[in-house]
Design a protein around this ligand. Structure first.
Ligand code: UDP
Ligand code: MG
Length: 324
C-alpha cells in the first residue's frame, strides 16, 4: 500500500482551513479503511506566508490530528513555489496536490489512486465544465491556452494543479533546477504513463480568490518565457522582413537619385542608410536572440531524458528453463 501525501498550498485561507482539513482527513481515513493507502498518509498544509490566522489554524489542526503536517514558508512565494515546497518536503510514494478552497472535487482522489495502482505515474485532474467560473475567468482561460499553443507550449487543457504524482515523477522533478517554475508546463515534459480524471469544479467554499488578474498575467508570462523562445524568433523574422524591405527601398532611392530629377539633394544619402541600418540592426538583434535562446536553454539545464524501464536478456544457461 502506498503512502499518500495531500499537499495543500494555503495563502490567507483562514476562512476555509478548518473545513478543508476536516474533509481531507476524513477522506484519508476512508481510504486507509478501504486499504488503498498506508495508515501513515498525511495532509501536508504549506502556508505560503499568509498574513492571517492560517498558520495558527494549521498548528492547531496538527496538534489534535495525527494525519496533519504543516510547513510554513518564510514569506509569500506564490502558489507554484508553495506546491513545490510541499512536493520536495514529502517522502511519500504518492503525492496529490490540491487547492485549499475545496473547489477541486475530493471524491475523485480515490479514482486517482486507482489509476496509480493500475500503473499511471501521473493522474491529471481535469475540470469538465467551467460554469462555476466568472465569464471573465472562462474567456481568459481559453485565450490563455490559445496563446500558449501559439507559442508552442503544450498544456493539458482545463487542468490546474490538482494532480497525482508518483515518487518517480517527484524525483524527476527534482532534476529541474530552474528558478522560474511553471509546474503545469514541466510535468508533461517529464513523460511516463499519465491519465486524466474529469471532475466538476465547484465554487470556492469560503474566502475569495488569491489569484487576481495581476497574478494570472504573471503566470501566463512565466509560462511563455520559460517554455518558448518564439518571441526571440519573432525578432529574427521581423529583422529579415525589414532588411528585405530596406534593400528594396534602398534600390528605389538610388534609382530615383541617379535616373530621375525628383530627388532633393541630400535625400538619398539620408534615407538609404536609414532604412539599411534599421534592417541590419533588427537582423543582428535576431541573431543575438538566437544565441540568447540557446544560452537560456543551457542555463536551465533541464534533464535530457528519463529511463522508464530496461529489460535484460536471460543468461544463456537459464534460457532452457523458460517455456517457448
Ligand atoms: N495560493 C498560494 N499562494 C498564493 C496564492 C494562492 O499558496 O500566492 C493558494 C491558495 O491558498 C489556494 C490555491 O493557491 O489554495 C489556489 O488559489 P485560489 O483558489 O485563490 O485561485 P483560483 O481558484 O481562484 O484560481
Ligand atoms: Mg480556488
Amino acid at each position: 500500500m502506498p503512502t499518500l501525501h495531500l499537499v495543500v498550498p494555503c495563502y490567507n485561507e483562514e476562512a476555509v482551513l478548518a473545513e478543508s482539513c476536516r474533509q481531507f482527513v476524513e477522506l484519508l481515513e476512508k481510504l486507509i479503511g478501504k486499504g488503498k493507502i498506508n495508515a501513515s498518509s498525511q495532509v501536508v498544509f504549506v502556508d505560503d506566508g499568509s498574513r492571517d490566522k492560517t498558520w495558527l489554524l494549521i498548528e492547531k489542526e496538527a496538534s489534535r490530528r495525527s494525519h496533519v503536517t504543516g510547513i510554513k514558508l518564510s514569506r509569500n512565494r506564490g502558489h507554484q513555489n508553495a506546491v513545490l515546497a510541499g512536493l520536495m518536503a514529502s517522502n511519500a510514494d504518492v503525492v496529490i496536490t490540491i487547492d485549499a478552497d475545496l473547489q477541486d472535487d475530493i471524491n475523485v482522489i480515490e479514482t486517482m489512486i486507482d489509476h496509480h495502482a493500475q500503473g499511471s505515474e501521473i493522474v491529471y485532474g481535469v475540470r469538465n465544465d467551467r460554469s462555476s467560473d466568472s465569464l471573465f475567468k472562462r474567456n481568459s482561460a481559453v485565450a490563455f491556452y490559445k496563446l500558449l499553443a501559439w507559442f508552442g507550449v503544450d498544456l493539458i487543457h482545463n487542468h490546474a494543479d490538482f494532480r497525482l504524482m508518483s515518487r518517480k515523477i517527484i524525483d524527476a522533478l527534482r532534476e529541474y533546477n530552474e528558478v522560474n517554475l511553471y509546474l503545469r508546463g514541466i510535468i508533461p515534459l517529464i513523460g511516463f504513463k499519465a491519465t486524466t480524471v474529469e471532475y466538476v469544479r465547484k465554487e470556492r467554499f469560503a474566502g475569495e480568490t488569491k489569484y487576481p488578474l495581476k497574478k494570472m498575467l504573471k503566470l501566463a508570462g512565466e509560462a511563455i518565457t520559460s517554455f518558448s523562445t518564439v518571441p526571440l524568433q519573432m525578432i529574427t523574422m521581423l529583422g529579415f522582413i525589414v532588411f528585405g524591405c530596406s534593400l528594396l527601398v534602398g534600390g528605389w532611392v538610388i534609382w530615383t537619385a541617379l535616373f530621375t530629377k525628383n530627388a532633393v539633394p541630400g535625400w538619398a544619402s539620408t534615407v538609404f542608410p536609414l532604412t539599411l541600418l534599421g534592417g541590419i540592426q533588427l537582423l543582428c538583434l535576431g541573431v543575438i536572440g538566437a544565441y540568447l535562446g540557446k544560452i537560456y536553454g543551457e542555463t536551465k539545464s533541464r534533464p535530457r531524458y528519463f529511463v522508464e524501464r530496461t529489460v535484460t536478456g536471460l543468461p544463456v544457461q537459464d534460457r532452457e528453463l523458460v517455456p517457448e
